[in-house]
Design a protein around this ligand. Sequence first.
Ligand SMILES: Cc1cc2nc3c(=O)[nH]c(=O)nc-3n(C[C@H](O)[C@H](O)[C@H](O)COP(=O)(O)OP(=O)(O)OC[C@H]3O[C@@H](n4cnc5c(N)ncnc54)[C@H](O)[C@@H]3O)c2cc1C
Ligand SMILES: NC(=O)c1ccc[n+]([C@@H]2O[C@H](COP(=O)([O-])OP(=O)(O)OC[C@H]3O[C@@H](n4cnc5c(N)ncnc54)[C@H](O)[C@@H]3O)[C@@H](O)[C@H]2O)c1
Length: 448
Amino acid sequence: MEKYDVVILGGGNAGMGATVATRAAGLSVAMIEARDLGGTCPNRGCTPKKVLVAAAHVLDEIERAGSHAIRVDPPRLDWRALIEREKDIIRDIPSRLSGLMAKRGVDVISGQASFIGSNAIRVGTRELEARNIVIATGSKPRPLSIPGAEHLTTSDDVLSDPVLPRAVVFIGGGVIAFELGHVYARAGVDVMILEALPQLLPGFDTDAVAQLRGESERLGIGIHTTAWVKRIDKADGRLRVSFAKDGVESMVAADRVVNCAGRVANVEGLDLGAGVVVHREGRIEIDDHLRSRSNPDVYVCGDAVWNSPQLSPIATYEGGIVGRNIAEGPKHRPDYSHIPASLYSIPAVASVGLTEAKARERGLHVKVHLNDMQGWLSARTYAEAVAWSKIIVEETTDRIVGAHLVGHAGEELIHIFALAMKHGIPARGLSEMVCGFPTFSADIRNMM
Ligand SMILES: Cc1cc2nc3c(=O)[nH]c(=O)nc-3n(C[C@H](O)[C@H](O)[C@H](O)COP(=O)(O)OP(=O)(O)OC[C@H]3O[C@@H](n4cnc5c(N)ncnc54)[C@H](O)[C@@H]3O)c2cc1C
Ligand SMILES: NC(=O)c1ccc[n+]([C@@H]2O[C@H](COP(=O)([O-])OP(=O)(O)OC[C@H]3O[C@@H](n4cnc5c(N)ncnc54)[C@H](O)[C@@H]3O)[C@@H](O)[C@H]2O)c1
């Protein structure tokens, strides 16, 4: 049995995050990775997705060129070449990260890891023993048990497929469906989103979602809520998706049907039982320090945590906390309240803090500043299709408790709100800031 202080399962953002404090403390660390170092975000998630979103932005700009008195011919997108560009941009990430891990003194082992004891792991023919084990194995699409589920594809396939489909159905109206749906719609693909619940995009402010829905429908994306997919059949080389909505059965044909019904912790093959790690259907029971309740030598971070947001910066943040808890003892806890998130549709939806519904649920006395900014000079200058904000301020303290933006460079501006919230700068403090003009940032004072 090889001995380490720490063995990390998974070399994504969370696993990498856990190496910082552990190595700084001089602990011996092994990281086991079954696929590519870097995990989902740089190889199959954020980064390759953003390359496609960037191309869709260009198509969007071209569509609006007329507003700037520019006449252009209809653009022609070479999808195969775009996928090649995407792959080219991310190609050397795993090898760069391998260099980083070597420099940090982490032993990287390739292979599929599983528990063989409370402090022991098997990978291939090797057996490792560790004082602490970190589960950072990420997430995978939630399996859907519908007839024809074998025809489903995933976001991994979308990001690798050199053939542009004619029509795509997304099952689930969440983040991935909207981001990839906007790319496809701008590439000329017929897009339909089928969401089972009455509302789209769980966790986002409902008014912000309404703005995005309106713009998505304007682009031609078909959206059905309370739509239950019954089955998927293959016929004449295409797929037929049957779904029920309000008691009425309908059918839609597509070339691809993408499972976007959420992602679940990827812990199935870990033999958690052998590691004495108690879980309920893959949801590992953890305490406030991200430590397994049943085996305090085991920590969990990133998408493998079932009840924190599945975001790349959060995976890194949780990994960092786990590393510090291992190095210094379990005293650090995550605080997610000021971490911004964006949905990279075009326009993007950006958010930090509480939604209006959550603020009211908590009984806060808030003033809600709602702005349709389309008529503002900055939005008109750029011919923005949507420019919208909702800033939620606690009346008694002037504290910003939530900010939600659609368009208007919201995915960048949101960090100003996050900074103010984290460091206790009141709404008045932000309004008093003198900004460069003309910029979108200069509009913040008028948003509240
Ligand atoms: C299409 C898509 C787009 C996204 N876009 C964004 C975005 O724009 N912004 C954002 O913040 N987040 C985004 N996310 C979410 C983000 O990618 C994840 O939250 C983040 O990558 C999670 O990091 P992680 O380290 O927890 O898991 P991962 O990065 O998935 O890493 C887990 C690693 O563990 C390995 N592994 C699994 N099982 C084993 C085993 N038994 N043994 C050894 N290794 C194993 C896997 O191979 C993997 O490399 C996106 C996700 C997807 C799917
Ligand atoms: N920009 C970003 O930060 C970004 C981008 C992509 C993904 N992600 C992360 O990846 C995670 C997974 O994304 P996602 O879009 O798959 O999930 P999601 O959780 O955002 O949305 C899933 C949606 O599918 C619906 N659903 C579930 N079962 C269904 C069914 N049988 N039929 C129809 N609808 C069903 C849910 O009600 C929900 O609305 C997200 O939680 C997000 O944190 C983040």
